[in-house]
Design a protein around this ligand. Structure first.
Ligand code: ZN
Length: 214
């Protein structure tokens, strides 16, 4: 019986997910807290995209669990570079968030980088203990963004599908053109009723395809 656990980081409240089946688990977008890995064999570390708030735990999780890091080829390129994974600019991003008090901003590593072990282009299926993860590129918010569909029912969207909020295409490395041509079209193929597990905030059920998703 599969179980999806959500953990919120102090870094812009980004979500880390630990998907557990028996004693095995897959972690999506890890941050530094490795307590959720206890007693589990971590088979993969999967990244929804290259931004610092979604990758800050990659090095510590990799060191502790030995699990391979899997992401898109574009994401793998960008996580190696603190200017492309945005760690270099993150303090400024936090300060721009009006909902966050300045003294709440955690210590950030502006030189942070990490690396991937397996990459893919376009899409890939991962078979895992009786389940199937379908990973596919959805460029727009960032060039390395992907969506992760689990058993055709649960969708991990990173920052590319959030409840009641527009997708941010203006971050450095984002592309309105790719979003229009590729990313948004792939998002529109996700069926109604799918449970969405976003990169920030709580899960929700996809009710309808909003036409104005750019
Ligand atoms: Zn992002």
């Amino acid at each position: 019986m599969i179980e999806i656990k959500r953990y919120e980081s102090e870094l812009l409240s980004s979500n880390m997910y630990v998907i557990v089946e028996g004693k095995h688990a897959i972690v999506i977008d890890p941050f530094e807290d490795t307590v959720p890995a206890q007693g589990l064999k971590i088979d993969y570390i999967i990244l929804t995209h290259e931004h610092y708030d979604h990758i800050s735990g990659v090095n510590i999780w990799k060191e502790m669990t030995g699990a391979p890091v899997l992401c898109s080829k574009a994401c793998a390129e960008n996580i190696k570079n603190p200017k492309k994974n945005l760690a270099y600019y993150f303090k400024e991003f936090c300060e721009l968030q009006t909902w966050m008090e300045l003294d709440e901003i955690p210590t950030l590593d502006s030189e942070y980088s990490c690396s991937a072990d397996q990459t893919f282009e376009n899409e890939i299926d991962i078979k895992w203990w009786g389940h199937v993860f379908k990973l596919f590129e959805i460029p727009g918010h960032s060039l390395g963004s992907i969506g992760i569909m689990l058993d055709g029912k649960e969708f991990f969207s990173g920052d590319s599908l959030l409840e009641n909020s527009e997708i941010d295409l203006r971050m450095p490395g984002g592309s309105r053109k790719k979003w229009k041509e590729i990313g948004s079209k792939r998002i529109k193929t996700i069926p109604e009723g799918t449970r969405i597990w976003p990169g920030h905030f709580k899960e929700f059920c996809l009710q309808q395809v909003v036409e104005d998703r750019r």
